[in-house]
Design a protein around this ligand. Structure first.
Ligand SMILES: Cc1ncc(COP(=O)(O)O)c(C=O)c1O
Length: 416
């Protein structure tokens, strides 16, 4: 019988015990990036130091074949973690940002079907590639209205038309937390003949991704937000759409053939993921990310979810009892995510000032939270919230971390 994992799950995260500059670290900024896993860092090091040779089917010597074999294994592991139908649907990227750029740049828009509808919560990594395309005149960009802290689905239904080519909706917002009803959005989009892209950067670390049954045709997430090294991520595109996607980032490794054609040239690109991974790849990063997937899967998604719900609910309860602040959102929704946003009630203080306090007041510790717009300008503009403070959690977060934060917050507020 396998042993039930113990939460908070800290043993894989040496940064927690080490702290910084002799000070203990309370890390409540996992939505920006998670602390890194020992097992993933070990795998990273192993590949770099022992197999740091040419890969990507360029060379055919023994070392290149060994690298390629591990890279293929990482793709198979990523397909399982993502819930893809096949490893061929998995494109390794440097993160959700690169994934969204590759997807936006390669999407097969036509002059008749060139409208993109974004959720009002999209991160700039999804908003800006489409914004740039709209500036060239290639597409028309629309943004769903916000209702409470979620996309307004009824209003969205009215925005769809036969010109809608694509709908983008982040399954979990990095601004408001919780999760959205992607299935309803995807169903409406499907009825209008539009494809769906889900930004799962905040979803994948603590939920089973289940790509094939998500309702999306494509989705993306970052490895570094789930304990893998920086510069890692996944773009999943359903086979039928992948076959129609144009290679956007091009270079070595994506070419099937280059021939002379008339006075010029004719290039044929490789199919599946192979047409989208140009240049030497982050083999070590992909291998390490696969190790992180395995570590999380061994913990069990249900167990991870239960821990996140417990931490979010506890933080909600403690935070909502503090005067001079207002927690945004409902506990029943927030507990489905892994972060908690709050604002000063009646401009009692500035989040940036609180941030300085949390990093400088105590000699023996500091508390890492995030304040500002969180690179989610659409969410900020649509809600009218210029900035928020955000506590975000992962498998290693404990109730004690929350207690330490709350007592620091109360200390700070006592000075106002
Ligand atoms: C919702 C969301 N999407 C996309 C990104 C971009 O991820 P990355 O910087 O790893 O590319 C982030 C990063 O914070 C995010 O929160």
């Amino acid at each position: 019988m396998t042993k039930k994992p113990v939460f908070p799950f800290t043993k894989e995260f040496p940064a927690l015990a080490r702290g910084l500059g002799g000070r203990k670290m309370i890390y409540l900024d996992s939505a920006c990036t998670a602390l890194k896993m020992r097992s993933a860092a070990g795998a990273h090091n192993e590949l770099l130091l022992h197999l740091g040779g040419c890969g990507g089917r360029r060379s055919s010597h023994a070392l290149a074949r060994a690298v390629e074999e591990l890279y293929g294994g990482a793709r198979a592991d990523a397909a399982v973690f993502t819930g893809a139908q096949s490893p061929d649907e998995i494109i390794f990227t440097s993160g959700a940002t690169e994934a969204a750029n590759i997807f936006a740049g390669g999407f097969p828009f036509t002059p008749e079907k060139n409208e993109v509808i974004l959720s009002p919560l999209e991160h700039n990594s999804v908003f800006l590639p489409f914004y740039n395309l709209s500036k060239t005149g290639k597409i028309k960009l629309k943004v769903m209205p916000l209702k409470g802290f979620k996309p307004d689905i009824k209003a969205f239904a009215r925005m769809l038309s036969k010109r809608t080519a694509l709908v983008c909706a982040a399954r979990a917002s990095n601004f408001f937390g919780g999760v959205i009803d992607l299935k309803s959005i995807a169903e409406l989009a499907r009825q209008a003949g539009a494809a769906v892209f889900s930004d799962d950067a905040q979803y994948a670390p603590t939920h089973p991704v289940g790509a094939a049954s998500s309702g999306a045709d494509a989705l993306a997430f970052s490895g570094h937000k789930l304990g893998a090294p920086f510069g890692t991520g996944v773009l999943w595109v359903k086979k039928a759409l992948l076959n129609r996607l144009n290679p956007f980032k091009v270079g070595g490794g994506v070419v099937k053939s280059v021939e002379r054609s008339g006075s010029g040239f004719e290039v044929e690109y490789l199919r599946d993921y192979q047409g989208f991974e140009a240049g030497i790849q982050n083999y070590a990063g992909a291998f390490a990310m696969a190790r992180a997937f395995k570590t999380l899967s061994a913990l069990g998604h249900e167990n991870i979810r239960a821990h996140m719900a417990e931490i979010v609910s506890y933080a909600y309860e403690r935070l909502s009892a503090v005067r001079k602040i207002k927690v945004l959102g409902e506990p029943e929704d927030l507990k489905n995510g892994a972060l908690l946003p709050f604002v000063p009630a009646g401009r009692a203080f500035s989040p940036a000032d609180l941030n300085i306090f949390l990093n400088t007041y105590y000699k023996d510790r500091f508390i890492a939270v995030r304040t500002g717009r969180h690179c989610a300008d659409l969410a900020s503009l649509n809600s009218g919230l210029a900035e928020t403070a955000r506590l975000s959690f992962f498998v290693y977060t404990s109730k004690r971390d929350i207690d330490v934060f709350i007592s620091a917050l109360q200390k700070y507020l006592s000075f106002l």
